[in-house]
Design a protein around this ligand. Structure first.
Ligand code: UDP
Ligand code: MG
Length: 328
């Protein structure tokens, strides 16, 4: 009996989470039945989906509010809901990873819990999976209500990512359906610092795409990602997919060497011609320029070294709270 797992990362969403989980499950439930009955009529050899099972894994990413309690309450009234609770905030990527590790479904759907990934697309995704697609991507056609700065920021990231990593992720989101074979292959990657949507796109499995417009956040309000956190996320993702910045460091070195050679030659000629002048400003400028170039180069190398260090340490990406252990 096939099973579909829904993975929902949750961080400080106590006001809306109960309603969101109900909405997601209701959409998956009723929609899947309709979707598959229709398909059953077209292809009698495919049995209807009524017997299919659903599980919803809500991953509480160390929320500081009552999200976990809300999920526990929802799970008490619907045994298809399971709660995984982190000991602290490890980030959405870690929540997705933990959800995938604990999922049992033949297909797995990852979606946000703020209903910005419209649950009513789930039946369509499942239908495409049943038609044989291993991956179904929900692609943002409209990014919805967000500030101009956020839009520019996202565009700059995707343009840079495409240039440096060679992957066009414009419009891509974490809202995806993955077949079990894809989940198992993904989980077998030894890499720890993961960029879910980047890695799935990079894997290049046959994928169907469905477009969606991002609705407003359930309960209003804005994204939980601060600018600094987004910047760190962007740098990590770019450097995990491209070593181009390291190559740029060598180019920068060559460029500085070239400029230094020219200026050095000019100075020597001037000195031998007796035209040497007090070049205090030039010296200061050169010092600042070269110092800046060396420090940025070291920064870039340091970043890769830190990533290497993290991968070598192989520390788990998250720690899950033991079940049935209430806080003393
Ligand atoms: N989220 C999470 N950990 C975090 C931040 C966010 O699990 O540290 C969850 C959040 O609860 C939501 C999803 O990730 O389900 C997307 O977060 P958000 O809506 O803030 O981001 P955006 O819509 O801007 O992508
Ligand atoms: Mg959101």
């Amino acid at each position: 009996m096939p099973m579909v797992s829904l993975i929902v990362p949750v961080y400080n969403e106590h006001a809306t989470i109960a309603h969101s989980l109900r909405t997601i499950l209701a959409a998956a439930d009723s929609g899947m039945r309709v979707a598959d009955t229709r398909r059953f009529a077209e292809q009698p050899q495919v049995r209807p989906i009524e017997g299919d099972r659903l599980e919803l894994i809500a991953v509480d990413d160390g929320s500081g509010d009552a999200s976990a309690e809300e999920i526990r309450r929802a799970a008490a009234s619907d045994n298809r809901i399971r709660l995984l609770s982190f000991t602290r905030n490890f980030g959405k990527e870690a929540a997705i990873q933990a959800g995938l590790v604990h999922s049992r479904g033949d297909a797995v759907i990852v979606l946000d819990c703020d209903l910005q990934h419209p649950p009513n697309l789930i039946p369509h995704m499942v239908r495409l999976w049943r038609e044989g697609w291993l991956v179904v991507d929900a692609v943002k056609q409209q990014r919805g209500n967000e500030s101009l700065a956020a839009r520019l920021y996202a565009n700059a990231f995707y343009a840079l990512f495409q240039r440096l990593a060679g992957l066009d992720l414009r419009g891509h989101s974490d809202f995806k359906l993955l077949d079990r074979t894809v989940v198992d292959a993904y989980l077998a990657f030894p890499e720890r610092g993961r960029f879910f949507r980047g890695l799935i796109h990079w894997s290049c499995y046959p994928s169907a795409q469905i477009a969606f417009s991002v609705p407003d956040r359930a309960g209003g309000g804005g994204s939980q990602w601060s600018r600094i956190r987004l910047l760190r996320y962007a740098i990590d993702n770019i450097t995990s997919f491209s070593s181009m910045p390291l190559r740029i460091v060598s180019l920068l070195g060559l460029f500085t060497l070239g400029v230094g050679g020219i200026i050095g030659a000019i100075s020597l000629i001037q000195k031998f011609n007796g035209q040497a002048i007090g070049g205090f400003t030039t010296v200061i400028l050169l010092l600042v320029l070269i110092g800046g170039a060396i420090l940025s180069a070291l920064g870039i190398i340091g970043h890769y070294l830190a990533r290497l260090y993290d991968e070598v340490k192989a520390r788990p990406g998250c720690v899950i709270k033991p079940l049935n252990r209430e806080q003393p």
